[in-house]
Design a protein around this ligand. Structure first.
Ligand code: GRF
Length: 209
């Protein structure tokens, strides 16, 4: 089986990136993180890259005179590292059409709730768990989905749920959700590494082998 070359895009501390990396080092996920990309110069995920000798790349569209220049530079980096697949792990920027076209059905995101509920613009981090609790939902969970032009909208690859307890605070719920993310994200990536994902009419079909 060949190894899937990944780029991980993240804006924050990158604990999901670390969990993916762990799954690789434990030989559970047949992939390689070829480069970590961040739009935040001081993101914790870039320190993680340095500590683990993973190439890292800071790029922000704000530093370019045009979108074309931005994508030119980004694509150069992705090509240089022979990236085949992109994993978003807390990347706080909308993915633009040029990148979606370059990696059709090859960009994955993780959302800390059960989409299509509690998603969309502004629904990230603690805001999600606060909204879940405020609404009185009895279950929450995680959604791993392909990325399209709309926030939290692409075809769903995997979902896992857990119960929301009456005593949950956004923090306690967030902690359990995060653990579920660490345990699950790599499994979804592995499906792509094994070439087991087919997409038909916005529906993801997982082939059993
Ligand atoms: C995760 O909770 C994920 O669901 C969301 O962003 C968060 C990233 O956290 N997309 P971390 O930086 O991986 O700790």
């Amino acid at each position: 089986m060949s190894i899937l070359n990944l780029a991980v895009f993240a804006s924050g501390r990158g604990s999901n990136c670390a969990a993916i990396h762990r799954a690789i080092t434990e030989n559970k996920l047949k992939a390689k993180i070829c480069v970590i990309v961040s739009n935040q110069p001081d993101a914790g995920v870039l320190d993680f890259a340095d500590k683990n000798a993973i190439p890292r790349f800071y790029i922000s569209s704000e530093n370019f005179s045009s979108k074309d220049e931005f994508y030119k530079q980004l694509f150069l980096t992705l090509d240089m590292h022979q990236v085949q697949f992109i994993v978003l792990a807390g990347y706080m920027k909308k993915i633009g059409t040029p990148l979606i076209r370059k990696y059709p059905n090859r960009i994955l995101n993780i959302h800390p709730a059960l989409l299509p509920s509690f998603g969309g613009k502004g629904m990230y981090g603690m805001y999600v768990h606060e909204a879940v609790i405020k609404y009185g939902a009895k279950v929450s969970g995680i959604t791993i989905h392909l990325v399209d032009e709309e926030y939290d909208h692409g075809a769903i690859v995997m979902q896992k749920c857990l119960e929301v307890s009456p005593d949950d605070t956004p923090e306690s719920l967030g902690k359990r959700i995060q653990q579920l993310e660490y345990d699950t994200y790599w499994q979804a990536i592995q499906l792509f590494a094994e070439n087991r994902v087919a997409i038909n009419n916005r529906k993801v079909i997982i082939n059993n082998c």
